[in-house]
Design a protein around this ligand. Structure first.
Ligand SMILES: C[S@@+](CC[C@H](N)C(=O)[O-])C[C@H]1O[C@@H](n2cnc3c(N)ncnc32)[C@H](O)[C@@H]1O
Length: 335
């Protein structure tokens, strides 16, 4: 017999995070074994310079951004990461609202939160495979952890029916593992949580040709995320899109989605290729195509110490960065 559950409400599963900045600073301090006020002045300046380097690189649409140094990673984690934890959750919330507002008839779509809970309730330990493409330090991973904790909590689903969630992080730059370990995983497992999530870091360049039986591809995906990556893909590179098609082919029908979130003026050619592909594939449907920017302004509070030590060195206001994104969401359907 199927397990009983409650339909998660629209506000559950995607509540915005109020503050992460101070927690991120403390994770970094712990990893470095030194409070920020004791960091060397030139070390602080290098991080501030790297924030400027990232800011200018994104603004100029640079394709060759190097994240290999620890300072660049810390810069990204301080200046960008907090804004991108909840983006996917906010987009899933929009999908849920749109699907919920459909008329009740035979073609009614089951809203995504209900759909997933219903799927989990079918049997114990359902598999739920997530791929994050171009994960970097994976703020999405921490966001998803929060999302699933709330979803399970509000569904009142028996713990036995929580799925076995695995997240594969596809990323070309190996050095991000440090940040994933000391920041993302530290944030995720600091507090008691409902659900543990298995993660695999898969170092691979998604702009190189994959074979269709690439050993790292899972048979089936329930969620694929491509967040803030399009700008770093060369417009003339065709393999990235070909690889993405291999992932899309494996999205589980009626359960699985692919979320593409891009900030600013990102690679619009790639977005057009994605739309064209969906249009020509009968098993894929575009459920969201937001070409104007969605406002995901951050709710985070400022961290006094980051403001004093890092942002005092930078010629723009702390937390003044634009956090808007455009979004495409694709659903796999039965044909
Ligand atoms: C701006 S970061 C975004 C990280 C994360 N998704 C987020 O939203 O914060 C872009 C990431 O994509 C990775 N990336 C860029 N091109 C890639 C490629 N061809 N294959 C794999 N990863 C790639 C970069 O190394 C970088 O870590």
């Amino acid at each position: 017999m199927n397990q009983s559950y409650q339909i998660p409400s629209l506000d559950d599963g995607a509540e915005r995070l109020v503050t992460t900045d101070s927690r991120i600073r403390r994770c970094i301090e712990k990893a470095m074994n030194k409070k920020i006020e004791l960091w060397q002045e030139d070390g602080i300046r290098r991080i501030a310079n790297e924030i400027m380097y990232l800011f200018k690189s994104y603004k100029s649409n640079s394709k060759t951004i190097s994240y290999s140094s620890l300072e660049t990673q810390i810069a990204y984690v301080i200046a960008y990461y907090p804004n991108y934890i909840e983006t996917v959750n906010e987009i899933l919330k929009i999908v849920n609202i749109r699907e919920s507002s459909k008329k009740e008839d035979s073609t009614r779509t089951i809203p995504i939160y209900e759909n997933w809970i219903k799927y989990f309730a079918e049997k114990e330990n359902q598999k739920f495979n997530i791929a994050i493409l171009g994960s970097g330090p994976a703020p999405e991973l921490y966001g998803l952890k929060r999302f699933f904790d709330r979803l399970f909590y509000s569904s009142k689903l028996n713990r036995k029916y929580f799925p076995e969630i695995t997240v594969d992080l596809f990323e070309s730059q190996p050095d991000w593992q440090w940040t994933i370990q000391y920041v993302t995983k530290a944030l995720m497992y600091k507090t008691e949580s409902i659900q543990r999530i298995g993660t695999n870091f898969i170092q691979t360049n998604l702009s190189n040709q994959f074979s269709s039986d690439h050993k790292e591809l899972k048979d089936s995906y329930h969620l694929i995320i491509l967040q803030n990556v399009a700008n770093e893909i060369l417009e003339e590179n065709k393999f990235f899109m070909e690889n993405l098609k291999l992932f899309l082919k494996r999205v589980k029908p009626e359960i699985g989605y692919c979320v593409v979130a891009t900030r600013g003026r990102q690679n619009s050619k790639l977005m057009t290729l994605i739309r064209d592909h969906v249009e020509h594939e009968s098993h894929l449907r575009l459920v969201i195509d937001e070409r104007s920017e969605l406002d995901f302004s951050s709710y985070q509070k400022q961290d006094r110490k980051l403001k004093k030590h890092i942002f005092s060195q930078i010629p723009f206001e702390y937390r003044s960065m634009n956090n808007n994104s455009k979004a495409i969401v694709i659903k796999s359907v039965k044909v």
